[in-house]
Design a protein around this ligand. Structure first.
Ligand SMILES: Cc1cc2nc3c(=O)[nH]c(=O)nc-3n(C[C@H](O)[C@H](O)[C@H](O)COP(=O)(O)O)c2cc1C
Length: 155
C-alpha cells in the first residue's frame, strides 16, 4: 500500500514518531512517504488567520496517517486548517496520532484525537485507529516505539 504520513511538527517529536512509523511500514512491505504541513511564520495556539505554506496533496495515497502535536489541549490551528481544506478522502484508510507532553488524561490528547477524527470523517475517510504518544523526557522513545508498532499493523 502507498501510505502518506502527513505531519505538522514544531519541535520535532511528531516528526520523530512519523520517521519511526515510516520505517516500520516499509519493513512491513508498504511504501511510506512523510509530507509536512508548514505555515508562513509562527502560529500561536488559538490563531485564526492561518496561512499554510506547504499543503501536502493526498490524492496519490491509498492510505493516510495524519499527525500533530497537542497545543493548549487542542489541535493546533495549522493542522485544523489543513484538514479542513482536504479534498474527499474517498473511504481511504486513515490513522491518526498526536504527540503531547503532559501526563494526565485531561490534558488534550483525547480531545485532539476526537477533533482530528471528526474532520477526517467529514471528508469521508475510513478511520482505522489512533494513538496518543506522550513525549515527556525519558519516556519518549519507548512510547513512540509502542505506538508505532500498533499503528503500523493498521494497514
Ligand atoms: C504552545 C504549546 C502548547 C502545548 N500544549 C500542550 C497541552 O495542552 N497538552 C500537552 O500534553 N502538551 C502540550 N504541549 C507539548 C507538546 O504537545 C509536545 O511537546 C509535542 O510532542 C510537541 O510536538 P512537536 O515536537 O512535533 O512540535 C504544548 C506545546 C506547545 C509548544
Amino acid at each position: 500500500m502507498k501510505i502518506g504520513i502527513i505531519v505538522y511538527s514544531q519541535t520535532g517529536n511528531t516528526d520523530a514518531a512519523a520517521q519511526k512509523l515510516k520505517e516500520k511500514l516499509e519493513v512491513a512491505g508498504h511504501s511510506a512517504h512523510i509530507e509536512k504541513v508548514t505555515t508562513v511564520g509562527e502560529v500561536k495556539p488559538g490563531a485564526k488567520d492561518i496561512q499554510l505554506d506547504s499543503i501536502p496533496e493526498v490524492e496519490s495515497y491509498d492510505g493516510l496517517v495524519f499527525a500533530a502535536p497537542v497545543h493548549a489541549f487542542s489541535l493546533p490551528p495549522a493542522m485544523t486548517a489543513y484538514l479542513q481544506q482536504l479534498p474527499s478522502l474517498d473511504e481511504r484508510k486513515v490513522a491518526i496520532f498526536v504527540t503531547k507532553m503532559l501526563p494526565f488524561k485531561w490534558t488534550g490528547g483525547n480531545r485532539t484525537i476526537a477533533h482530528m477524527e471528526k474532520l477526517c470523517q467529514e471528508k469521508g475517510g475510513a478511520l482505522c485507529g489512533s494513538a496518543i504518544i506522550n513525549c515527556a523526557k525519558g519516556k519518549r522513545d519507548q512510547n513512540i516505539a509502542e505506538a508505532v508498532e500498533r499503528l503500523s499493523k493498521l494497514f
